[in-house]
Every structure is written in C-alpha cells, then in structure tokens.
Design a protein around this ligand. Structure first.
Ligand SMILES: [Zn+2]
Length: 93
C-alpha cells in the first residue's frame, strides 16, 4: 500500500469536523441556542446525532424538573395544574 492510497481513504471522509471536536463544541452549541438540526456534522454522523438526541432528552427532563421546582417554590399552596401547565409552556419557548 502506498502513501497515496492512504491519503485517498482520508479524503473520502466528508466530515469536516471530527467527532471529538464536535462534542467539544456541543456545550457551546447548546448554550448559544443554535438549531442543532443545522449542524452539518449531525447530518453526516449518526453516532453524534444519537448522542445529541440523548442530551436533548436529558436537557428537556432537567428543564421540566426545574420548572416544577420553581413552581413549588412560588406556590406553597396546593398545586394548580393549570398554572403549572402555563409555566411548562413558557419554559418550552
Ligand atoms: Zn460524530
């Protein structure tokens, strides 16, 4: 095998960003609010796409927990489900 063959193999990869680089940027991407669906790497890498889906799920759960927690702090009276629903809707924006 020649060195040229090796270079060819590397060039066939369309990914401009490596998985490690992309995952390094993930916290910034999440924080900036940029649409993850527009991330080029996710369209070419199923591994990272799956990771992001997991992270989004966890983030959603964490956000929901935070909303419930905020609601509990604000209202020491009995739970008002309608108000909780409004808070959840606001949190989703
Ligand atoms: Zn990747």
């Amino acid at each position: 095998m020649s060195a040229a063959d090796k270079n060819d193999t590397m060039k066939t990869s369309k990914q401009s960003v490596s998985c490690a680089d992309f995952q390094d940027q993930l916290p910034d991407i999440f924080e900036s609010g940029v649409a993850l669906s527009e991330q080029e790497h996710l369209q070419t890498c199923e591994q990272c796409a799956a990771l992001v889906r997991d992270l989004e799920y966890i983030a959603q759960q964490a956000k929901l927990l935070q909303i419930v927690e905020d609601f509990r702090r604000q209202s020491h009276a009995e739970a008002d489900l309608a108000a909780l629903g409004r808070l959840a809707a606001e949190g989703r924006r």
